[in-house]
Design a protein around this ligand. Structure first.
Ligand SMILES: [Zn+2]
Length: 283
């Protein structure tokens, strides 16, 4: 049985409780995944994180964590790299506490470097992170660097694959809206989504994926603004994405990053169920 899950990036819009109970709310809505957002720093206590873990296990909601946004492992400023390393160490620790199966992060910016130089700096920083986590005895974490949405950011699909290929404890996050924005809108059909999965399978040998989805507005520089899924003025196109999920046989978790995080995750799930039911009628 393949495992397909949809869920919100952060606390559901109308949920006012604490993160440790959010999985019950998400499950009751009809969703199966939750990306905890440590956007402005990892602030959750070990106690709350353990409660979140128990709650997610009771509800069978798959938890991931988005590490702080301000991370730049390839910065030309040493203190920025140092702080980024510390933020990712904290994120891995808290991920272990809350049982997060992925720790998502944006690797960095090219700043004054070429792609190769930025990649080398990023890898040096990752080596330091893994060494320090080893010393701390933190073992239960998987970093999931995300395909980034701006051309100034390290993290196109090839670079994410390169990072994941180079280290243990690393699996990719594919943000399809970011790939779309960076490529100037070059995802239009089911085949386009399929090619991305095929590339990941060929180069990383995987058939399961953590992903992000939203409609997105972009400029020449890349991503500009997220839009709701009902707004068809923006891509990438949703229906062929869901069709590919139905047909490809991968285990996929889709975290919805549109402005309507949980409500649009439900929109995706409904389309998924409809396409799946129609397909099962045919065969
Ligand atoms: Zn994303």
């Amino acid at each position: 049985m393949v495992d397909i899950r949809f869920g919100p990036a952060g606390r559901p819009i109308n949920y006012s409780g604490s993160a440790k109970d959010a999985c019950s709310y998400i499950k009751a809505e009809g969703l199966e995944a939750y990306e905890y957002q440590a956007t402005y720093g990892v602030k959750i206590s070990e106690t709350s994180a353990s409660q979140l873990k128990k709650n997610s296990e009771d509800e069978d909601v798959l938890v991931s964590m988005h590490a702080p946004y301000y991370i730049n492992l390839s910065s030309n400023k040493e203190d920025v790299v140092k702080r980024s390393i510390q933020r990712l160490i904290q994120s891995a620790k808290a991920s272990e506490w809350m049982g997060a199966y992925r720790t998502v992060f944006h690797p960095g910016f090219y700043t004054s470097y070429t792609s190769e130089e930025a990649m080398k700096r990023c890898k040096d920083a990752i080596n330091q992170i893994l060494d320090e986590l080893d010393i701390l005895g933190v073992k239960d974490f998987i970093f999931a660097p995300e395909t980034t949405g701006k051309k100034s950011q390290l993290g196109n699909l090839n670079e994410i694959i390169e990072i994941c290929r180079s280290f243990d404890h690393f699996e990719p996050t594919v943000d399809f809206a970011h790939v779309y924005a960076r490529s100037g809108g070059k995802i239009n059909s089911r085949e386009d989504y399929g090619q991305i999965l095929q590339k990941l399978e060929n180069e990383l040998g995987i058939k399961s994926l953590h992903s992000h989805f939203t409609h997105i507005e972009y400029t020449y520089a890349g991503e500009r603004k997220h839009h709701i899924l009902l707004d068809d003025n923006y891509g990438p196109p949703l229906r062929p994405f869901i069709e590919e999920i139905v047909e490809c046989g991968w285990n996929i978790t889709v975290i919805c990053e549109s402005p309507l995080i949980d409500q649009d995750a439900l929109v995706m799930k409904k389309i998924y169920e409809k396409i799946l039911a129609d397909r099962n009628k045919r065969i």
